[in-house]
Design a protein around this ligand. Structure first.
Ligand SMILES: *Cc1c(COP(=O)(O)O)cnc(C)c1O
Length: 410
């Protein structure tokens, strides 16, 4: 196919503004609440708590800050093991290390690409004293919350939900971001709604919410001067950013609907190809379809080798690989992305414990190389990719993208 690049770049997922954002920002400016205090913050905390149905929402500078405070609330201390999703953005797990904890990575399952409850159960057999679990809802698809919650209860462990990617997604009718004792969401620029940056900690625990609020504003004690009894952080959300989020929130459902339409068009467009889309069980959950991803069948994979920083492949007739498809997408002036590279295969985390349903060991070295098949996370990383999923992509543009991807299978 003769690939003519789009004049306007089509991103993976970029901010989609509506106008109200500017009104709330302007209000912050005109009332001079250009600060980490103000009406936008109060209102958006109230609105998000209502939407997700948690008692409290604490507005913070980003989702990573929210996850950090979740770890502190959960009492993660130096040397503590914390069970964590393996295939995710590293912001899910870095906050464990900020507190001196040691992430133990739990392999993914095929049904949702999220933390495998069977592997989690196994991890508790291996490390029975573990008290904290952090689970991410990848690409907007909820993890198996019933199973994971049950296992955490049985082992008296605190669940932290990283719902940064899944705002607006529901599991058995309940919003994600409400399943953990402490939960994090994000308003980063590429998320389903954005503040340009920003995040929130969600919880039903009043004391925890107050602590998070205090920690996020440098842990000031109630005194006439700056009195400090514990370490603090500058993690509070700006009132200007809160204004952006406030203007975006009414459009969350509209964004989800357009993301879902994008997912369905890809699904239809690839129906006869040897691929599947990122999976979910529609009888249990409704994702927010933040990113549409595809997974190439094993039978249709050509040879592909990836080092720490490069990829190369050998083209075969009728076969392809994520590297080739990503090259085609780039030629088209569109943005695709590899699947999140699993944490256990990351140089910083390669020596951390890693648990799969088949075995456990140290990061890549044991579990990944010993097993003749790779673990589930690495398998999805090797055969999967994220497709351009921008709300502003037109149907016509998407049809061209679909056509271009199809040429890779010839
Ligand atoms: C984006 C993201 C975060 C972090 O949110 P920021 O607001 O960018 O700090 C955490 N976890 C996951 C899974 C994310 O995708």
């Amino acid at each position: 196919m003769d690939i003519k690049p789009f004049k306007r770049k089509i991103y993976l997922s970029s901010p989609t503004m509506h106008g109200e954002e500017l009104e709330y920002m302007t209000e912050a400016f005109e009332t001079n609440w250009m600060s980490t205090v103000g009406k936008n913050i109060n209102e958006i905390e109230k609105n998000i708590a209502e939407k997700i149905d948690t008692e409290y929402a604490v507005a913070l500078s980003c989702g990573t800050a929210a996850l950090h405070l979740c770890m502190k609330l959960a009492g993660v201390k130096k040397g503590d093991y914390v069970f964590a999703s393996d295939m995710t953005f590293d912001a899910t797990v870095n906050p464990i290390v900020y507190e001196g904890g040691i992430p133990v990575f739990i392999d993914s399952e095929r049904d949702t690409w999220n933390m495998d409850p069977v592997a989690l159960e196994k991890a508790f057999e291996l490390y029975p004293d573990t008290k904290v679990v952090v689970v991410a809802n990848l690409y907007g698809t909820p993890a198996k919350m019933d199973e994971i919650t049950k296992i955490c209860k049985e082992h008296n462990a605190i669940l932290i939900e990283d719902a940064a990617e899944s705002l607006g997604a529901t599991y058995k009718g309940r919003q994600t971001g409400a399943f953990g004792r402490y939960n994090a969401i994000s308003f980063n620029g590429n998320k389903i709604i954005t503040g340009s940056s920003g995040g929130m900690l969600l919880t039903d625990d009043c004391k925890a919410a107050n602590k998070a609020r205090k920690w996020s504003t440098q842990s000031r004690e109630d005194a006439p001067w700056y009195q400090h009894e514990e370490i603090g952080y500058n993690y509070r959300m700006s009132n200007v950013i809160a204004g952006v989020v406030r203007g975006q929130l009414p459009y969350l459902e509209e964004h989800i609907a357009s993301k879902k339409a994008i997912y369905m068009r890809y699904k239809d467009g690839f129906a006869d190809l040897p691929v599947t889309m990122n999976p979910y069980d529609e009888t249990i959950c409704e994702p927010n379809f933040w990113l549409s991803c595809m997974l190439i069948d094993k039978s249709a994979m050509c040879k592909q080798v990836r080092s720490d920083s490069e990829a190369c492949y050998v083209k075969e007739k009728g076969k392809t690989c994520p590297t080739e498809i990503l090259e085609v997408l780039a030629k088209l002036n569109t943005e695709g992305r590899p699947i999140w590279k699993p944490m256990h295969a990351q140089p910083i985390y390669r020596n951390n414990p890693f648990v799969t349903v088949r075995g456990s060991g140290r990061g890549q070295t044991d579990a990944y190389i010993k097993n003749e098949m790779t673990d589930v996370g690495m398998d999805i990383f090797e055969r999967g990719l994220c497709l351009p999923s921008d709300n502003k992509m037109t149907k016509e543009e998407q049809d061209i993208i679909i056509e271009a991807v199809r040429t890779c299978f010839v």
